[in-house]
Design a protein around this ligand. Structure first.
Ligand code: FAD
Length: 338
């Protein structure tokens, strides 16, 4: 296990915020966690994967456990399914590409989501009509309390829209070390969401396979989303608000064009990007940060922004949207404050 002191985290977070951490431990295998001095957890500590869903507010005076354990293997195979166990430190997109190469279906719509496998259950990552919960089998996690590895099945994880038990009731109590996915040998492609169908026809594909869907998703994402390697960002900064019919009706009366989706449980999901755009924030630059010109949901770092600048900007946007629409925006990005 490699250790660094007083290290810059600029290359460990996709916002590119240049803050320093007192200690960084690189976890290369599950056993590294079992060997850790438990007193680490008495003081300040946090887990970091690819750093694509965090915003650091200031220098971090504690220990960062950077998950970089590797490995993936099929642990069970039936006529129809495989179960693949994959280490938390594997890069998510590389894992998705590996499943497609092997002919395992289910994760193709989740191509090119930044970050590592270990964080995928944290907020039940999702895109283009699929969430990881649709293929999730189980996970292994290190318990801070007992110092042992425990198994969590689907029911234990309380997955929801960009939610899981690990972001709520069990926040900071477990470190995910391995995630297992149940994948299908026969494809059951989800093509109805977003522009997948039209991109596939542009590509001249009539009978798509998982790889074609993945290629279409990659093409759409590359045309729409800023590449963090070129422009610091953490993807969608806010979650799409979910409100009751009762709250929705007067808003709809005032803003008849409001973008919304009817959910199965009767609630309404609003498009946070639309609300922010209508409030006039899209493309605005405030100091060294701003709102992306094409995607109102994405806050960007033009180079020298501090985490505090981005936090303040997000606060202004939330207040403005609340004053205009009476709708509260919740952050998808995890704030790390010292
Ligand atoms: C351009 C862009 C596009 C994006 N698009 C999407 C999208 O389409 N859908 C989507 O859902 N997300 C999207 N995201 C957000 C992000 O990619 C995901 O949330 C991803 O899963 C974060 O992974 P990470 O390894 O970078 O996590 P990190 O940012 O390192 O960590 C995120 C949180 O999880 C915790 N954590 C990380 N690893 C572990 C672990 N092993 N055990 C316990 N806790 C852990 C951290 O402490 C932190 O609180 C996007 C981000 C970017 C930059």
């Amino acid at each position: 296990m490699r250790q660094s002191e007083n290290i810059s985290l600029k290359n460990y977070n996709t916002f590119g915020i240049d803050i320093r951490a007192d200690h960084l431990f690189e976890i290369e295998k599950e056993e590294d966690l079992l060997m850790l001095d438990p007193t680490i957890f008495i003081n300040k500590w946090m887990v970091l994967g690819g750093g694509s869903n965090v915003l650091f507010g200031s220098d971090y005076h504690g220990t960062v456990l950077w998950m970089n354990n590797k490995g993936k293997q099929v642990v069970k195979e039936t006529i129809t399914d495989v179960i693949v166990e994959v280490a938390a430190g594997e890069v998510w997109h590389d894992f998705v590409m590996w499943t497609i190469d092997k002919g395992y279906n289910g994760l193709e719509n989740l191509s090119l989501i930044p970050g590592n496998v270990g964080a995928s259950p944290m907020q039940n990552i999702g895109a283009y009509g699929v969430e990881i919960k649709d293929c999730f089998a189980y996970l292994h996690a290190y318990s801070i309390e007992t110092g042992k590895i425990e198994t969590f099945n689907f029911e234990d994880c309380a997955f929801g829209y960009r939610e899981s038990v690990f972001k709520n009731k069990l926040k900071d109590k477990y470190i995910i070390t391995t995630v297992a996915y149940r994948l299908k040998k026969e494809a059951n492609l989800q093509l109805s969401y977003g522009a997948i169908q039209s991109v596939l026809s542009d590509m001249g594909i009539v009978h798509p396979k998982a790889r074609d869907v993945s290629n279409a998703v990659i093409r759409i994402r590359q045309s729409k989303l800023p590449d963090p390697a070129k422009l610091g960002n953490a993807g969608s900064f806010f979650k799409n608000p979910i409100i009751s019919q009762q709250t929705f009706l007067p808003i709809k009366e005032k803003f008849p064009n409001i973008v919304h989706y009817q959910l199965e449980n009767g609630h309404i999901k609003l498009a946070a990007g639309w609300l922010i755009d209508q409030a006039g924030w899209k493309g605005k630059k405030v100091g060294a940060c701003g709102i992306h010109v094409n995607q109102a949901l994405i806050l960007v770092n033009y180079g020298a922004a501090k985490g505090e600048d981005i936090m303040n900007l997000s606060k202004l946007i939330r207040e403005d949207v609340f004053n205009k629409f009476g709708v509260e925006l919740h952050c998808e990005v995890n704030f790390v404050m010292d």
